[in-house]
Design a protein around this ligand. Sequence first.
Ligand SMILES: N[C@@H](CCC(=O)N[C@@H](CS)C(=O)NCC(=O)O)C(=O)O
Length: 314
Amino acid sequence: MSGYLKDGQWHEGWYDTGKTAGEFVRTNSKFRGWVTADGANGYRAEPGRYHLYVSLACPWAHRTLIARVLKGLEGAISVSVVEPVMTQGWSFSDALPDHLHGFQFLHQLYSAADPRYTGRILVPALWDKQTRTIVSNESSEILRMFNSAFAAFARNVVDLYPEALRPQIDEANAFVYDNINNGVYRCGFATEQAAYKHAFDRLFSALDRVEGNLGQRTWLADGEHATEADWRLFTTLLRFDAVYFGHFKCNRNRIEDFPHLSRYLRALYRTPGIAATVNMDHIKRHYYMSHAHINPTRIVPAGPRLKFMADAAD
Ligand SMILES: N[C@@H](CCC(=O)N[C@@H](CS)C(=O)NCC(=O)O)C(=O)O
């Protein structure tokens, strides 16, 4: 099960939707430091100094793994992956260890960063070995740091947030975050019919709109290459037919039923390096086995056969 730390102590507990008319309200990330090339904020970009904690199931953590691979930062930033099924929240095992501290649970990392930490224990978390703290646990900001601050150690020259496209990217991000990335969670974690239906309608009208846009252009921002806006949408689309459609009841259509969105999903999935960041087993086991209030039997569905992954294996 999931839980949180209060003054550094672990407590079991889920989000309280009783106060918000059955609506799931996401909590804010609390560690908001910034790594920069010159270290002006106390965190200088240096190879080997930072360690990224992720879940391969989590769409937010997945963005940061994608940025790390696209930039070619694998040698500069090391990674530990948590077990997909939550116990005392996110945990480690012999197969998936915490390479730095040998902790059993991710909440121990949060207590190590701040012994009085109060809040949820989220992935991703970027750990600084030098000051022994979590620099950031906000995926959108970690993604930007990987894109810019670490440029000197990046093997690939790729800009996921190019200057000229920033207004378009910012607009796409805000729309996609509210309606789609977080929209699927709002459907799945709603505890009142009206809150669910509201989130469902918003989600599918947003997908209809993106489907229309992708009929006119290749990427969300009108440039030649995919940007962070596309990768942020990708991590939700990728999980949609396997998890959100069934487990989160986002079942008006599958992504496979949208011609442009499925073309787009396949193109992003086939980008070199990306398929290796996708672990459908972790994704399915995490959602179906960690949310016992939604799926009490914890049975993980055997299907569906995902066309975009099957095609890519050809
Ligand atoms: N705004 C955060 C959200 C991260 C987040 O919600 N992560 C989820 C996994 S998908 C988590 O760790 N949840 C654990 C919990 O809520 O107890 C980000 O983008 O970094």
